[in-house]
Design a binder for this molecule. Structure first.
Ligand SMILES: [Zn+2]
Length: 132
């Protein structure tokens, strides 16, 4: 009788792809995956965030500073062009709030905005964001 043992396919620890060749104790599909995985582990140990997280945090911080600088009266109307001109990125926000009327306020921390007519933007401040 033939005792056939079918090896359980192993998955790369980094990308999850099946490891098709190499030693049986191989943990990664290639060197790039091994290096990438080890870098992630090192980064986590140091309490660092990956590059893309740092990039988004920078965009949010920039957006926040723009809104704070422009919103001097806590209810200021500016134009979309003005925000764009300062490098405001409408794709990034920290939360949103939909009113009963259906208006959607977008927030970057406590600084929010509502797009109103004619490319105008109403800037608002909403304290206690963490309690929402
Ligand atoms: Zn891999």
């Amino acid at each position: 009788m033939i005792n056939s043992v079918i090896p359980v396919p192993k998955e790369c620890r980094n990308c999850g792809e099946e490891i098709l060749y190499g030693r049986t104790d191989k943990k990664f599909c290639n060197d790039a995956c091994r290096i990438d995985y080890n870098n992630k582990v090192k980064m986590e140990r140091r309490g660092e965030h990956p590059e893309f997280v740092k990039k988004i945090a920078k965009i949010l911080s920039h957006n926040y500073q723009i809104l704070r600088k422009l919103n001097t009266k806590s209810k200021t109307i500016v134009s979309e062009q003005q925000l764009n001109g300062l490098g405001f990125n409408f794709n990034y926000l920290t939360s949103y709030h939909i009113t009963q009327k259906g208006d959607v306020y977008h927030f970057c921390f406590d600084q929010g905005y509502l797009k109103i007519k004619d490319n105008q933007v109403l800037l608002v401040v909403q304290p206690n964001q963490t309690e929402m």
